[in-house]
Design a protein. Sequence first.
Lengths: 332, 332, 332, 332
Amino acid sequence: MPLPQTNFSPPFNITRASHIVLGVRDLKVSRTFYTEVIGLVVTYETDDDLYLRGVEESCHHSLILHKTSGQPVCEAVGYRVFQDTDLDCAEAYFKSAGIETCWIERPYQGRTLALRDAVRIPIEFCATMPRLPRLHDKPHLQRGAAALRYDHVQCLAPDVAEAGRFYTDLGFRVSDYFVDRPDDEEPLGMFMFRKNNPHDIVFITRPGPQMHHFGYVVGDVQHLFRALDTAGAIGFENSLERGPGRHGQGHAFYVYFRDPDGHRVEILPPPIQMIDLDDEPARWHSGNRFTWDLPPPKKWLHEATPFKDTPVREPKVEIKLYSLEEHLSGSK
Amino acid sequence: MPLPQTNFSPPFNITRASHIVLGVRDLKVSRTFYTEVIGLVVTYETDDDLYLRGVEESCHHSLILHKTSGQPVCEAVGYRVFQDTDLDCAEAYFKSAGIETCWIERPYQGRTLALRDAVRIPIEFCATMPRLPRLHDKPHLQRGAAALRYDHVQCLAPDVAEAGRFYTDLGFRVSDYFVDRPDDEEPLGMFMFRKNNPHDIVFITRPGPQMHHFGYVVGDVQHLFRALDTAGAIGFENSLERGPGRHGQGHAFYVYFRDPDGHRVEILPPPIQMIDLDDEPARWHSGNRFTWDLPPPKKWLHEATPFKDTPVREPKVEIKLYSLEEHLSGSK
Amino acid sequence: MPLPQTNFSPPFNITRASHIVLGVRDLKVSRTFYTEVIGLVVTYETDDDLYLRGVEESCHHSLILHKTSGQPVCEAVGYRVFQDTDLDCAEAYFKSAGIETCWIERPYQGRTLALRDAVRIPIEFCATMPRLPRLHDKPHLQRGAAALRYDHVQCLAPDVAEAGRFYTDLGFRVSDYFVDRPDDEEPLGMFMFRKNNPHDIVFITRPGPQMHHFGYVVGDVQHLFRALDTAGAIGFENSLERGPGRHGQGHAFYVYFRDPDGHRVEILPPPIQMIDLDDEPARWHSGNRFTWDLPPPKKWLHEATPFKDTPVREPKVEIKLYSLEEHLSGSK
Amino acid sequence: MPLPQTNFSPPFNITRASHIVLGVRDLKVSRTFYTEVIGLVVTYETDDDLYLRGVEESCHHSLILHKTSGQPVCEAVGYRVFQDTDLDCAEAYFKSAGIETCWIERPYQGRTLALRDAVRIPIEFCATMPRLPRLHDKPHLQRGAAALRYDHVQCLAPDVAEAGRFYTDLGFRVSDYFVDRPDDEEPLGMFMFRKNNPHDIVFITRPGPQMHHFGYVVGDVQHLFRALDTAGAIGFENSLERGPGRHGQGHAFYVYFRDPDGHRVEILPPPIQMIDLDDEPARWHSGNRFTWDLPPPKKWLHEATPFKDTPVREPKVEIKLYSLEEHLSGSK
């Protein structure tokens, strides 16, 4: 299946990746990790829930942690629409497409429309949240990476093109995609965006759907090290999984952590801006990627967070992944 | 006059501030300043013209320098529209509004529609430029500030609300504005945006229209100093006018240079992201601004670049400006 | 008088500028300034005294603040000697030189020998302090500039060569000095060092002796802005006096603050290393200084902290100083 | 064997690690690597030799590359003494100790005394080099990491205590050492210094002597990434071996490269200052190290550059080393 094409007159106006909802087993230890290492700020908290936002965010939350006694799953992936009326357009659109939706209650969030996307990822849309003061220029209130703002989510999908077409139909553009061999058509990884940078959601081919990681933008590379030094100093010395490194597409630098429940969170300095229609999807394959950094370890390649009540399917295409383990053993 | 209100169903889709066209007296010295200090890359060059872009930009140019034997003026301020058809919608819109337009030829730029805005600033719209490789991750090809991308232009206007309403009618939103006294209505400065940050065009009340400065985003605060050290080392030791400092609105840090013709150029690390409708215009006055930095020198307050063939009118409102000179003399 | 010559077989081994003792009127506000903006750590505290150290320092203190109801003066400038026996050699040396010394008690400091140098600055020497853990790699315990370590003190002196010869006799080397006109002999400013960078003590010609400023090294230029943003956010928005800028000798970047009592404190990223004997004193004059930054304001040029019970003499040589005020008014 | 004790009245005054001499097979490719990635500056060059210095260095060279057709070895490790007369004291001292010395000719270096240390490492001492302008504040002349200055060399030694005692007898102090188990006496790694930071020479227990790596100080963490991005962009994408990371002792961050001949070079931001006698040797073992970073790959642990004409002996103590490979496979 070839690369899906963007619908430039989408049925409603999605503006950006907005938030993510995760289950965690111990709210207290997760709170310490996300406030002290990643540097998020708590905006609402009960015995069972924790709402956090990045220090630059004026919206109420971008990360919701729910206490769970079961397996820690990803409960929902959230997007913002521009105006409240966009939600009604969304409901009508999905109805006409035969996709079931429901209105859910989410504290400190305006009307919220929930549904499952084409690969059964639970997603939700809202238009408003209470507004809070930005704290990006208040270093005395910042901790660790002082994560500025939620940026994107990366998911594993059994069929990347199928997963992606759901979003291109909603107006998402493809910034980059990769194929296995230089003359392949089938996209095996796709970076998709609505806001002015290369990624709001990313899909890569693997058993799925699963939540691979979500990413927060930090101020600069110094903040990658502030997070790492803090992690080492306060008991999260095993949380670094990969990095610091530079993404193969050149978008940004990165560090990947595993949080206390194994959820993977990325921090990255501001990525490139992407707006113009001239910026057609870039096509990557094994022959044209920029690769000073070491390959990812096997667990980065294969481990991920399940979505709530969501069976995992085997991928349509099997590809050979090159791991750090193979790199170290000298096998190419 | 109160703050103009954004038209959320604009007649065509402007995506961002795109480029600026300046007259300079000595192309060679300007070339050195913009490539070595600001760090732009030359993409096209004749005996009379120089086209430059930031290292992250995939578009052909964001700064055009024209050799002039007369006074160095600003010839045009450019904006991008999303699709080529937006240009036709623009033409129709301005025609119906009684505003004269013309199609002009600009090398390495698609169809270009030129006109004057409500305060007689010469502006132009285009949808496409040839695409070139981004160089943001190639430090061996970078110089000075390694300016990433063109960000915004700030203009002086005799009537800020009048100037601004032209743009709110085109869908620009107001991120911030300032008034003289806490209970005033009249906006004396307005930051307006289309892309996902607080400024594509800024107006402040003064004799105008004049071009006060244009700004490029740089990677981080280190790059402010790389520019300054380079300026000092290669003969532009008098080019620093103001900074490094932090903007009163907290958007970003800044350094202001005067180029060899006196045109003012700002470099700034990535500013905050602004997308959500919740982010209503912030209102600033003398009582609520964040001010660790020193006030601007008188020449920053009063000197600017004229627009080509454009008479300057006195401002509608006279306000008291607080200068570095007054700060140093101890008068408040 | 020409540049004094270093005694390479000094009578005892001074290793570095070590600490400074200042009077302050309100310990609480000074505590906030030095811990939150400069980022020092409190190691000992009573109702009348505050002992602080930089986050990289393993020594007990480098700044002592004494509560005073009178004029806030500088009570002493401290140096470290290498071994305890160096103190006895020092006592013998000063006795033979006809300089009065006394042993004083200073909490959390080994034996301490106090005296006045050639221009009547109260100085003291000690060999030991209790050792505490370094915190430079613990960002979760850091604030503001997270000042790493005390670096140097700059004093005004009526006769720079006379002031300096006292220290060259003790083994200090001159890294840089400046003269008025290119062919002058008389040093009007001298940077002197024992440790491996260009400055432990600096003298410049003015009415003196007075304490002009003391300096702490910070991690990098980011930390200059962390200090400034913090100052602006917590009520010290008027504490910035000069900078950020680059020193004319190229040693380092700088920011100068005035603390709540008017004492001037500099923060600077790590300066250059200076060890080899090949590095003969560099000679600066108006014709060879590197000057992208703006000249200092008059108060930086003329205001300073008196030393306790120490009359101020007029300088031997009157020189013309170029101020920011003159720069802004266009007079050279 | 317990930790060797520093002789505080050494026979002559060594000031710092000064330079290193390496054989390389292709001068042109090595030149590109060291000038473009590491950012050294060429100061002298023939068909067979390349002399380079860091951008902050005023000395003529700190790295000498010799073209070789054989195995690329380390030919010599150089130290600076303070004064020329120190060289005569050195000669007399080694003679009395029964250690053979000779005076060698090394272009652009004063009198040079060569010998082998206690573990047969070829070392040399000199007091002077021609002085050249520092370029640390000239970003327009800098490339890649813009390495500021040579900092230290790390060697593998079959008997760390024996290797180290040679240097403690010459006045080197131990900043840190590590032992296998918490109650061990035998040092298995020793960081030793003369200048004001923790390392001029480091020994670790392995088959030796071999040259493990040499290190250059860079301005800040940004420069780690400038080097890496440059390496990736110009054909050295496989040169990264380890990092970016933070040293277990907390001294500094690091990146380790393998140069085109496999010589290992480290770049590190400015490490901590170490001067006072209070800073007694810190003792590290498996139970008290700071470890957010991943363990080193096996090749970092076991591969090194041989010294010229120098047989390698098996280590006195065999220790278990924990590698990245074991970490990834989950074995502790």
